[in-house]
Ligand binder design. Structure first.
Ligand code: PRP
Ligand code: URA
Length: 207
């Protein structure tokens, strides 16, 4: 399926500030919320609509409202930073959680938590800011499919070419929406140029 790079100037402006090593956690969290808003608007542009009639102050108006159920699943912990804007824009969204942590040496993601609603018939947004090897996203999306998800979009702030290739190989039906596909992974499987460890920068958990 598609990879969409959101090239809106504001998305790129926000991403530049996220990349900046001098950006402190409080600002970093705000930027993550703002950029997620833009990414999610792009990811949901294909949502189905149905016709309704409303009364304006002047006359009756045939118009449209959202017709498709939505679900979202942030991957803990960094994906949590992307949840609030989704809740703001789609108050009826069902929310599930998947907890995954990459091993420091192998970069293989270990599952430590999962709580998912029924996802049948719901367009499901999987939220994780960094698509590095793609291992975490692929594992999470496998769990979403077991819970019934069929239409899935992976929303991330930065992707690596390796992560995009891996995710597309394992889940070719999943749309990827990101603000940038960066150059490569380094020997520790961090995205380059990237922005470092997203979770640490969000929560100030540096050693
Ligand atoms: C980070 C990030 C992704 C994952 C991406 O999480 O938030 O979940 O790494 O890497 P991958 O594509 O190679 O799997 P991490 O495991 O560091 O956990 P955290 O969110 O708790 O910091
Ligand atoms: N996780 C991050 O937070 N950053 C990376 O570059 C790779 C994985």
């Amino acid at each position: 399926m598609s990879v969409t790079v959101v090239e809106h100037p504001l998305a790129q402006h926000l991403l530049s500030q996220l990349r900046d090593v001098t950006t402190e956690p409080e600002i970093f969290r705000r930027l993550a919320r703002q950029l997620t808003t833009i990414l999610v608007i792009e990811a949901t542009k294909g949502l189905a609509l149905r016709e309704v009639t409303v009364q304006t102050p002047l006359t009756e108006c045939k118009t449209q409202v959202l017709a498709e159920g939505l679900a979202t699943v942030p991957i803990l912990r960094a994906g949590l930073s992307m949840l609030e804007p989704v809740l703001e824009m789609f108050p009826d969204v069902k929310v599930g959680y998947v907890g995954l942590e990459r091993h420091e040496d192998t970069a293989i993601a270990r599952s430590y938590y999962m709580k998912l609603p029924k996802l049948e018939g719901r367009f499901t947004l999987c939220l994780d800011p960094m698509l590095a090897t793609g291992g975490s996203a692929a594992k999470a999306i496998g769990q979403l499919k077991v819970a019934g998800a069929r239409k899935i979009a992976m929303v991330c702030v930065i992707a690596s070419p390796e992560g995009v290739d891996y995710l597309q190989a394992i889940h070719p039906d999943v749309a990827i929406v990101t603000a940038c596909v960066d150059e490569c992974l380094n020997h520790r499987k961090y995205i380059v140029p990237g922005l470092g460890d997203f979770g640490d920068r969000l929560y100030g958990t540096f050693e």
